[in-house]
Design a protein around this ligand. Structure first.
Ligand code: PLP
Length: 549
């Protein structure tokens, strides 16, 4: 492709993206395909000769789009938002065009310097204490960095905390092996923390104690203090606490003001994971939720979730960058440069050496929207979530299960988990809305998150209508089902004809049947009916077919 063709195709691509976004609402929100669908549509081998652009793009529409889950769809209410906006896309495009790899200041000075400046901007917008900022005063030890994900921020913090604690222990026990010291380290988080904390501890070979949150799903200082006291009595050394502001399941907030002093007294690194909710702290009315932030050693939030910036853009700040980098520095000759004493080399702040020019897109977004524009966007999502909450509360068949402060509402139909599972699976299968579940206080709940960039009141009304219509249908069916439940005797369940019938059913019909049939194994029957074995064989065969390895 030469420059002239790139100019033309680039324009066409912009048109394609705009058309995609403007007509997105007409597509199913999630695809209706089975695993492996693409294998049948794409040749087994790469083409030997280059193909025409038109052919490639025509395959995008016919082969790729049918398998895309549309995260920017107005009916997408799963997980958290996936940040997206035109200025951000343009920023990424420019970064791709520049194509620099900014592992050190010298490798691309603007890439490094813009990252430091934009992280200072965002840190100030959020209201982080001055110590987290690079330019707060001439001697600041703090600063920000972009990582590719919140999981990486947590891992990097945990690795830094581990290095710091081992260094401290070495002073007291200079002749003890690092491995022995490592075996004494223990980290803490709440049961509500994201699974990336568990993963980080697993990678780092450190113990992790998962603590119970209170009834508001907030980790409290006293719980942490008790666990630390018990562990110290066993000769363990607390080294890392991960607190969450805005948990994944229900956007609850750990009590930093209580946890902070406990972590400090224990000499543990306090990381604050605010992957989603941290973005909302740019609004003054939410800053109260970060009370106690002055105790944090490091903090992360993802503009690629809730600040209109495309993945990947996870921002992280530390109060003491030297404590962070001491866990990561290796310095071969070929990466050294003459300005290293005066400049930041971001390769020491994370795991990969190579890094993209990600600061451009965040810089474009902040400048194009302004702080005010970004605040309006966050506030609109929070207002719409409150609107949805009111609709749920007004329907006595439902209950709201979280304290709705940001863009997420957790709700359920009053009744069994199974009923809620069915409701969610029917809604998702319809392709009309997409939501995911969570477990709150041991119960299955449905998460409704306001995700779309320009979400509107009419989207909330539409979503609620879909949910309540499905609930009506399901609750009606349930009452009919209860009356018509099939009660099989052991003889009937082993009847040849019935077993044959089961063998010929579609899997969805089998599932329906399973829900209706009362399992015939009762006190005096020791074996399940053969229809049940038949079902087992078919399920095993299906699993094997869909997973040939
Ligand atoms: N932490 C929290 C609180 C989250 O909600 C999530 C994801 O939703 C993560 C961490 C993991 O984020 P990432 O996908 O950026 O690693």
């Amino acid at each position: 492709m030469d420059s002239e063709e790139f100019r033309q195709r680039g324009r066409e691509m912009v048109d394609y993206i705009i058309e995609y976004m403007e007509t997105l609402g007409e597509r199913r929100v999630t695809p209706s395909i089975e695993p492996g669908y693409l294998r049948e549509l794409i040749p087994k081998n790469a083409p030997n000769k280059g193909e025409k652009w038109k052919e490639i793009m025509s395959d995008v529409e016919t082969k790729i789009m049918p398998g895309v889950a549309h995260w920017q769809h107005p009916r997408f209410h799963a997980y958290f938002p996936s940040g997206n906006s035109f200025p951000s896309i343009l920023g990424d495009m420019l970064s791709d065009g520049i194509g620099a790899i900014g592992f050190s200041w010298a490798a691309s000075p603007a890439c490094t310097e813009l990252e430091t400046i934009v992280l200072d901007w965002l840190g100030q917008m959020i209201g982080l204490p001055q110590e987290f900022l690079s330019f707060s005063d001439g001697n600041s030890k703090g600063g920000g960095v972009m990582q590719s994900s919140a999981s990486e921020c947590v891992l990097v913090s945990l690795l830094a905390a581990r290095a710091q604690k081992i260094k401290e222990l070495k002073v007291v026990h200079p002749f003890t092996e690092d491995g022995v010291l490592l075996s004494k380290l223990v980290a803490y988080c709440s049961r509500e923390a994201h699974s990336c904390v568990e993963k980080a501890a697993m990678i780092a070979f450190t113990k992790l104690r998962i603590l119970e949150a209170d009834e508001d799903l907030s980790l409290r200082g006293a719980t942490l203090a008790k666990a630390i006291e018990e562990d110290r009595a066993l000769g363990l050394v607390p080294f890392f606490v991960s607190a969450t502001l805005g948990t994944t399941s229900c956007v609850s907030f750990d009590n930093l003001a209580e946890i902070g002093p406990v972590a400090k007294e224990a000499g543990a690194w306090l990381h604050v994971d605010a992957a989603y909710a941290g973005n909302a702290f740019i609004c003054p009315e939410f800053k109260y939720l970060m009370e106690g932030i002055e105790y944090a050693t490091s903090f992360n939030t993802n503009p690629n979730k809730w600040l209109l910036t495309n993945f990947d853009c996870s921002t992280m700040w530390v109060k003491d960058r030297f404590k962070l980098t001491q866990a990561m520095v290796v310095d071969p000759l070929y990466l050294q440069h003459s300005h290293s004493d005066k400049a930041i080399d971001y390769r020491h702040w994370g795991i990969p050496l190579s890094r993209r020019f990600r600061a451009l897109k965040l810089w474009f977004v902040i400048r194009n929207y302004g702080v005010e524009g970004l605040q309006n966007y966050i506030r609109q999502h929070c207002r719409l979530a409150k609107r949805f909450e009111l609709l749920v509360k007004a329907d006595e068949r439902f209950e709201v299960c979280n304290n709705v402060r940001m863009g997420l509402v957790c709700f359920r139909v009053k009744g069994e988990d199974q009923l809620n599972r069915k409701l969610l699976s029917k809604i998702n299968a319809s392709g009309k809305l997409h939501m995911v579940p969570a477990c709150i206080h041991g119960r299955f709940v449905i998460r409704f998150c306001v995700c779309a960039q320009d979400a509107k009141d009419s989207d909330i009304e539409y979503a609620w209508k879909v949910i309540s219509d499905f609930a009506t249908e399901l609750l009606d069916d349930e009452s009919v089902d209860e009356k018509s439940q099939i009660k099989l005797t052991n003889e009937e369940a082993n009847d040849e004809e019935f077993v044959q019938h089961v063998g010929n059913l579609e899997i969805s019909e089998l599932i329906d049947l399973m829900e209706k049939v009362q399992f015939p194994m009762q006190k005096n029957h020791s074996k399940p009916g053969s229809w049940f074995k038949q079902l087992g064989t078919r399920v095993r065969r299906m699993v094997k077919n869909s997973n040939p390895h």
